[in-house]
Design a protein around this ligand. Structure first.
Ligand SMILES: Nc1ncnc2c1ncn2[C@@H]1O[C@H](COP(=O)(O)OP(=O)(O)O)[C@@H](O)[C@H]1O
Ligand SMILES: [Mg+2]
Length: 219
């Protein structure tokens, strides 16, 4: 279970204004559940995910996972996976090595990591692409590879930042159903950030809107 307590974050604009991104923000995501956060561009959604991942410092407040305060833990110790909107796959690696990457980083021997990656690619219907460079894949395939790469380390928490924003509408709706099923099957605790309310409602039991640094309950 993820708990955010009293989170505060302000960015100081060089032109004088301040961006209040989190203002005494509180949130709970129960184990195995998906919660969505909506909000217009610039409202601070990505920054919120980065604070949870440990990539952006908090001004104040606490990030708690399974009852433990993790504010001082570096990102790699948190056991979280963050999937960005531009999927950030490694162009110089083939599909299998992209998926294996998180395990290799955790010092799993490369042959074993590659074998696990191949198992996961089979599950995702991507076996035939294992040896291809990622840039040869379609947008939807690349997004599936990105999810496989995020899930292979069996993260404690999945942070999804506008995962389908680069895809066209038709692919987006089929992929979100596929992602929902995979995330449910994996029993993942997930925080989904999006500006698409249909997508958020189809994937999440609870949804909030980020407004002026506070979360307003939508459903
Ligand atoms: N490191 C930073 N320093 C200063 N301002 C930032 C920084 N990162 C983001 N911002 C600003 O904070 C605001 C919120 O950004 P972001 O969290 O990316 O919003 P969203 O993901 O909801 O679009 C934006 O106005 C952005 O320009
Ligand atoms: Mg963003």
């Amino acid at each position: 279970m993820l708990e955010l307590k009293g989170l505060r974050k302000t960015f100081h604009d060089p032109s004088g204004g301040d961006w209040l991104l989190a203002d005494d923000l509180n949130l709970t995501v129960s184990a195995g559940k998906t919660v969505a956060i909506l909000g217009p561009s610039g409202s601070g959604k990505s920054t919120l995910l980065k604070m949870i991942a440990g990539l952006e410092p908090l001004d104040d407040g606490r990030v708690i996972f399974d009852g433990k305060d993790i504010d001082r833990e570096p990102p790699e110790r948190r056991g979280f996976a963050l999937m960005f909107q531009d999927f950030a796959l490694f162009p110089h690696l083939d599909v299998q090595d992209n998926v294996a990457f998180g395990l290799v980083e955790q010092r799993v021997a490369r042959p074993l990591a590659r074998r696990r990656a191949l198992d996961l690619l089979a599950l995702f219907g991507l076996s035939s692409h294992a040896g291809q460079k990622v840039w040869k894949l379609s947008g939807g395939e690349q997004q599936r590879v990105a999810l496989a790469r995020a899930l292979i380390t069996q993260p404690r928490l999945l942070l999804l930042d506008e995962p389908f924003s680069a895809l066209d509408a038709e692919l987006r709706s089929s992929l979100r159903e596929e992602f929902r099923q995979r995330i449910t099957t994996a029993g993942m605790t997930t925080l989904l950030v999006t500006h698409d309310e249909v997508e958020a409602r189809s994937m999440s039991a609870r949804g909030y809107r980020l407004v002026d640094g506070k979360l307003v309950v939508l459903w």
